[in-house]
Design a protein around this ligand. Structure first.
Ligand SMILES: CC(C)(COP(=O)(O)OP(=O)(O)OC[C@H]1O[C@@H](n2cnc3c(N)ncnc32)[C@H](O)[C@@H]1OP(=O)(O)O)[C@@H](O)C(=O)NCCC(=O)NCCS
Length: 197
């Protein structure tokens, strides 16, 4: 039984990684730019530990899964935006915006925003907005049609921030695992015609 579960987990991990590698194989790396002493760029392997620490501290102590850690170790320059500030030559990751492709994204030519956060002491300075703008420019440049996301209906703050970045709900569903209603949202790069009414 244990062996079957392990084989299935290994299969799912390989499937997830191969799907993302194949989907992004011709993607250019995320370009970088600096604004107000904060550098926005694709994640480098040396950033991963700090990105995971920020993720955990902002995500109610939840650790980034092994499959996602491996994904970003492999493809961080194409799939994760980091915001970095340097103090006395020491770099600190203060924001992350992480993406991956689900099967639905591959079919619809979108990319899924798994999680975006900015460290509490740097919030409200436009870092979240810059990371999303860079993400839109990056994925549009690589030929995608939009960014997908999932947000619970009761998470009003996230819905408001997503709405400000141009995301709109295209589907409402009940998540059995989370036991709550959620929206599937799209930030469409071309038009607003897919929006849920
Ligand atoms: C959401 C988050 C990434 C925004 O990053 P940020 O750098 O603080 O955001 P910005 O300074 O770029 O502000 C973006 C806009 O969202 C608004 N905003 C930010 N946080 C908000 C909140 N909690 N409720 C409502 N609006 C909010 C800002 O007022 C701003 O609006 P404006 O352009 O009209 O002034 C950050 O607050 C965060 O890490 N939150 C916790 C993690 C989270 O909830 N992630 C989203 C779920 S995946």
């Amino acid at each position: 039984m244990n062996l079957i579960r392990r084989v299935r987990a290994l299969y799912n991990l390989s499937d997830f990684l191969l799907q993302n590698v194949a989907y992004t194989v011709f993607f250019h790396p995320i370009r970088s730019f600096t604004s107000n002493s904060t550098c926005f760029r694709g994640m480098r392997r040396r950033d991963l530990r700090h990105a995971k620490i920020l993720y955990r501290s902002m995500h109610r102590g939840k650790t980034l899964s092994a499959s996602h850690s491996l994904l970003y170790w492999l493809l961080g320059r194409k799939l994760m935006i980091v915001a970095v500030v340097a103090l006395d030559g020491v770099e600190r990751v203060v924001g992350i915006d992480m993406f991956y492709a689900n099967k639905r994204d591959v079919i619809e030519r979108t990319i899924h925003e798994g999680y975006v956060c900015v460290s509490e002491d740097m919030a409200g300075k436009g870092i979240g907005t810059h990371m999303r703008e860079l993400a839109i420019e990056h994925f549009r440049r690589n030929g995608l049609s939009g960014i997908s996301s999932r947000i619970s209906l009761n998470n009003l703050a996230s819905l408001r921030v997503a709405e400000k970045s141009g995301f709109a709900p295209v589907e409402k569903y009940y998540d059995d695992e989370m036991r709550e209603e959620r929206y599937y949202l799209i930030r469409d790069f071309c038009s607003g015609k897919r929006y849920l009414t």
